[in-house]
Write a protein that binds this ligand. Structure first.
Ligand SMILES: [Zn+2]
Ligand SMILES: [Zn+2]
Length: 289
């Protein structure tokens, strides 16, 4: 392993995120691969730059291809679990990245890229778990159903979504539900220490698990403190957290590319066809221009 080259690559990633990112250079950290994946976001699929390190997965919005990224997200690999997705119409070569706090689908440009990514991530995860002796995380956050999948509440099946009647996501099952059908909150330990919005079905399920005598699972039983009803001051205009950021990211990109004089071939349409080839994801040597 050429550690100097590795340090240089990590410094490069760091500088591409600039002040919007965290320091990435840590003892023993290796950049294993990188590339563009299409991430299923709340409103639609969007291209995101991913960096696979041996201990974390980092991704961000593409402001300027291979030069500038922002909205950095950092996921400890130790708690990651992947599951492959069947091809479905335009959604091909996808898999789920599941973590205790957030789970989402990503899509690669080709089947080969998909298997490269999955194999490398899985190897990093199992290496980490073997070293630490920890067990794989068992509780993963639900994957959110995309907004566009439904115009009506998936719980009451009546309430129609409009500009005013907004969509909410149940943090337990990921369904899109209306306000009244998601007026309760519970503590989902692995996701947050704060009570989170859940749909009425999930609330009932958690409540009945709690009242089971001799419930030895322990998992759900003490999570249900008092389910806080929505008491006006809705602290979490929650559902937007990720995506409003992402929208901003896209705006940034537009602004940036307007004043850009060179190499903006990808900035107008960072489509998945422009992916670097799968071989670039392979460990060393990297094919960094
Ligand atoms: Zn409803
Ligand atoms: Zn639910």
């Amino acid at each position: 392993m050429n550690s100097e080259a590795n340090a240089r690559r990590i410094a490069m990633v760091e500088s591409c995120f600039g002040t919007s990112g965290q320091p990435l250079n840590e003892q023993g950290r290796v950049l294993v691969g990188e590339g563009v994946l299409t991430k299923m976001c709340r409103k639609k699929p969007k291209p995101r730059q991913f960096f696979l390190f041996n201990d974390i997965l980092v991704y961000g919005n593409i402001v300027l291809n291979k030069k500038k990224y922002n909205k950095q997200h950092l996921i400890p690999l130790e708690e990651v679990q992947l599951s492959s997705l069947e091809d479905d119409g335009q959604f091909r070569n996808g898999w789920l990245i599941k973590t205790p706090t957030k789970s989402f689908a990503v899509y690669a440009a080709t089947a080969t890229e998909k298997s490269e990514w999955m194999a490398h991530i899985n190897k990093c995860v199992s290496d980490l778990l073997r070293k630490s002796g920890k067990k794989a995380a068992e509780n993963h956050a639900a994957v959110w159903v995309p907004d566009s999948d439904t115009n009506i509440c998936m719980h009451c099946k009546k309430s129609q979504f409009t500009l005013i009647n907004r969509r909410h996501h149940c943090r337990k099952c990921g369904k899109v539900v209306c306000g009244p059908c998601s007026s309760k909150k519970v503590i989902l330990q692995h996701q947050s220490s704060k009570p989170l919005r859940v749909c009425l079905s999930c609330h009932d399920e958690i409540s009945s698990a709690q009242t089971q005598p001799n419930d030895s699972s322990g998992n759900l039983s003490n999570n249900l403190k008092k389910p806080a009803h929505d008491n006006g001051g809705d602290d979490d205009d929650d559902d937007d957290d990720d995506d409003e950021e992402e929208e901003e990211g896209l705006k940034d990109r537009t602004n940036d590319s307007s004043g850009d004089d060179d190499s903006d071939e990808d900035t107008d349409d960072p489509s998945i066809q422009t992916h670097p080839s799968a071989t670039e994801y392979l460990p060393t040597p990297f094919d960094v221009p």
